[in-house]
Design a protein around this ligand. Structure first.
Ligand code: ATP
Ligand code: MG
Length: 745
């Protein structure tokens, strides 16, 4: 057929796109082989060729950003109108959307608040305190609340209830393992009770309740004629169950995945789901894609050499039709400052030597952990290299953002206790922790929310309250009431937030309490921008034609609720960005999944980082390094240091065993000098990323400007590398780092 949307696909990709819509399909293939592209094209094909209604399709991506990218591509293929009707998003956002609409079916209320990981941990910490005696009895201190939170999350990911956990533990056992397991099970139960009372769901609950909703009320998922899931290797049991329940009627599923890129085992992902699917669905077909379109031959060969050392892995064919290009560079430094400077200069050099064909957006620095970014950020900043940080919900974790969101959560859902506790005394209203405890106790006693307690106090319906408390809660109650009235009238958050900031005098509060208040006020403004952005994009919530009539909740589907949902579900790779100027991306390797850049740097490829010292599964760490390497299209540089500050102590470092274990032949796949950007080399880069180079005169001028700028700077050991071409020397002649041997042999 001659449809334009399938133009350019290779035969295997075409086979996958055109595969019968009614036969379940697995597309298993390596990085850069076009899995995501095929999935997107298959959606277009199902609509345009097979005539499926867009609203009968469900597309699941790993991040909201990935959903956004898929949306943009589909808009080009099938138009905005049709694209908007597809149920598209992460498992979490899809569940949140359907739970809002059908909350009553699973015994919750539509205005539930999504409780974030931080608040979860606080609740768990509080419950944990009651168990000090149990641990005392076995001569131990309390476990870390984070580890208890993880265990609860793992249980939920497996679909286990507190009762299921208790069944596994021998009664009255005093072994530490059993005591911990029992306490975890009890806290899990208590934690769930608190969430329910607060009319709140945590991230795992969204999936747990989502499965319950789709499984027990088959009509809710009856619209779904086909579900398509990207990054399937990283789904966990509960997400798999969700896919199964949503496809219960149609049995039509398409998944794409790559077992070599499974990097979420620590979050209970089950690579096993690929096999399980072949049992749960009949006659599952498989298509393998073997051509990589992303990277040069040299990058692909070196990356595959790393992952091939995993002896349990199923070998697979992966080739690229791109030329080989320059080998990935493996470069050692004395310390992380030199490493940071080296990367900064390399970025500048590559921009200059490609004549500006590459800009800062084309570079990524991928880190094993966020904490490795501090020195790096400083060095990049010194050299004037602009960066954007992906990952770690940093923006939404800021105090000022959390405060304002908590106010808005309380406006939307007055029962949400964590938000109440957070802001009842922000700005300071002289309501101390003791008074807060008393309010909470009163709420439990009267079976009402703490918000209702303070309302009653304010209205004089709690005669036993001391007059000062009554006075102090007045402003708070009035502020929430006023905002709630506005929200009920569908006032948008970009108007509500400034109003909130004004009536609680939040800027004055920041000025009084924080030295860096100016920056914090800017963050508050950024939250307003984010609100405006979600309003223009819409919540992505499609009106379901079969949905029940709206309830009498006046806040049903308000702009505020959509905004809160977008804030709570924003994932690692989603950042609200006001300034769209080109910037180098700094991200964790996990957050880089599914993405690609012309140039990638991987700092700290060292023992204790790759694999991380606390990693449970070294093979997963190897795959993570593989995922990171395969993000690169034209240039890949791995760096390591002789010494590095880790947790405040300078440590001797050695290169990652994933590199040092490579055999003689594989080690020649890496170069120990930076690539020499010749005319041929830049033409190759242009071809791989599909761009046109500027004219030679412009390139020469850019190179000269770079050389001039370097001459003005004092020398340093790291600069020597970046100055190779500056001095017109070939890489081999250069003064090089003489640290420990890259390979042990
Ligand atoms: P990952 O495993 O990293 O998620 P993937 O298999 O999903 O990778 P895509 O992101 O879909 O790969 O594709 C990688 C790159 O190759 C993209 O830039 C995509 O546009 C390009 N690509 C895929 N198929 C083709 C094709 N047939 N012709 C040209 N380019 C292609
Ligand atoms: Mg992909």
């Amino acid at each position: 057929m001659g449809a334009t949307y399938i133009a350019g696909l290779n035969p295997a990709q075409l086979q996958a796109v055109e595969h019968s819509p009614t036969i379940p399909l697995q597309i298993l293939a390596g990085p850069g082989s076009g899995k995501t592209r095929v999935l997107t094209t298959r959606i277009a094909h199902l609509i345009l060729y097979h005539g499926l209604q867009p609203s009968s399709l469900c597309a699941v991506t790993f991040t909201n950003k990935a959903a956004g990218e898929m949306r943009t591509r589909l808009e080009k293929l099938i138009g905005k109108g049709k694209t908007d009707q597809i149920h598209m998003g992460t498992f979490h956002s899809l569940c949140a959307r359907f739970l809002r609409r059908h909350a009553d079916k699973v015994g919750i209320r539509g205005n539930f608040t999504i409780c974030d990981a931080d608040e979860s941990k606080k609740l768990i910490k509080k419950s944990l305190k009651q168990y000090a005696a149990d641990f005392d009895a076995v001569g131990e201190g309390l476990p870390d609340p984070g580890s208890v939170a993880n265990k609860i999350s793992q249980a939920k990911a497996k679909g286990l209830s507190p009762r299921d956990l208790l069944k596994e533990i021998p009664a009255k056992s005093l072994r530490l393992k059993d005591v911990t397991a029992r306490v975890v099970a009890e806290i899990y139960g208590e934690y769930q009770r608190i969430l329910r009372k607060s009319n709140s769901l945590d991230f795992d609950d969204l999936l747990v309740f989502g499965v319950r909703l789709f499984r027990e009320h088959t009509d809710v998922g009856a619209w779904c004629k086909h579900i398509l899931v990207d990054e399937f290797q990283d789904t966990n049991t509960i997400q798999y169950e969700l896919m199964k329940s949503i496809s219960a009627a149609s049995k039509c599923v398409t998944i794409v995945g790559d077992p070599d890129q499974s990097i979420y085992g620590w979050r209970s992902a089950e690579i096993e789901n690929i096999r399980r699917m072949t049992q749960d669905y009949t006659s599952v077909a498989q298509v393998l894609l073997e051509q990589n379109y992303r990277s040069t031959g040299a990058i692909l060969a070196a990356s595959v050499a790393i992952v091939a050392e995993d002896k349990k892995r199923m070998p697979k064919t992966l080739y690229t039709s791109h030329p080989s290009g320059s080998r990935p560079c493996l470069y050692g430094h004395e310390n992380e400052r030199d490493e940071g400077l080296f990367i900064a200069l390399e970025i500048k050099r590559l921009i200059a030597y490609t004549g500006g064909m590459l800009d800062h957006n084309d570079f990524a620095i991928l880190l094993r952990y966020n904490s490795l970014s501090r020195v790096l950020e400083r060095e990049l900043q010194k050299e004037g290299v602009p960066i954007r940080m992906l990952g770690g919900r940093k923006f939404f974790d800021r105090i000022e953002i959390k405060d304002l969101l908590a106010y808005l959560q309380l406006v939307d859902n007055p029962q949400y206790v964590p938000a109440f506790v957070r802001v009842i005394n922000v700005p300071a209203r002289a309501i101390g922790p003791k008074t807060v405890e008393q309010i909470l106790a009163r709420a439990t006693e009267l079976r009402i929310s703490p918000m209702e307690v303070v309302q009653r106090i304010h209205e004089g319906k709690m005669p036993d309250t001391k007059p000062p408390v009554k006075r102090k809660v007045g402003d708070f109650v009035d502020a929430i009431r006023l905002l709630r009235e506005r929200a009920e009238q569908h006032c948008s958050p970009s108007i509500l937030i400034p109003k909130l900031v004004q009536i609680i005098e939040y800027e004055e509060h920041l000025k009084k309490t924080h030295k860096d208040y100016e920056e914090r006020i800017l963050n508050v403004e950024e939250l307003m921008n984010f609100a405006a952005e979600t309003e223009t994009l819409g919540s992505g919530d499609i009106m379901d034609p079969d949905a029940p009539a709206p309830t009498d909740d006046p806040m049903e589907d308000t702009p505020l609720r959509s905004f809160l949902q977008a804030s709570m579900l924003s994932t690692d790779t989603d950042t609200a960005e006001d300034d769209k100027s080109p910037k180098v991306t700094v991200a964790t390797c996990h957050a880089a999944k599914g993405l690609e850049w012309p140039v990638v740097f991987l700092p700290a490829v060292e023992q204790g980082v790759f694999p991380a010292s606390r990693a449970e599964d070294p093979e997963e760490e190897r795959r993570l390094l593989y995922v990171a390497c395969t993000r690169a299209q034209c240039y890949l540089t791995l760096t390591f240091c002789e010494k590095r500050f880790m947790a405040g102590v300078e440590q001797e470092k050695s290169i990652s065993p994933f590199i040092s274990c490579l055999g003689q032949r594989q080690r020649t796949l890496f170069a120990d000098t930076i690539p020499d950007i010749t005319v041929d080399e830049r033409e190759l880069a242009a071809k791989v990323i599909g761009r046109t180079l500027p004219g030679e005169a412009e390139i020469t001028q850019k190179i000269q400007a770079f050389k001039d700028s370097r001459r003005k700077k004092p020398n340093s050991s790291a600069q020597s590398a970046a100055q190779q071409q500056d001095r017109g020397q070939s890489p081999g002649e250069l003064p090089r780092y003489e640290g420990p041997a890259v390979f042990t042999s």
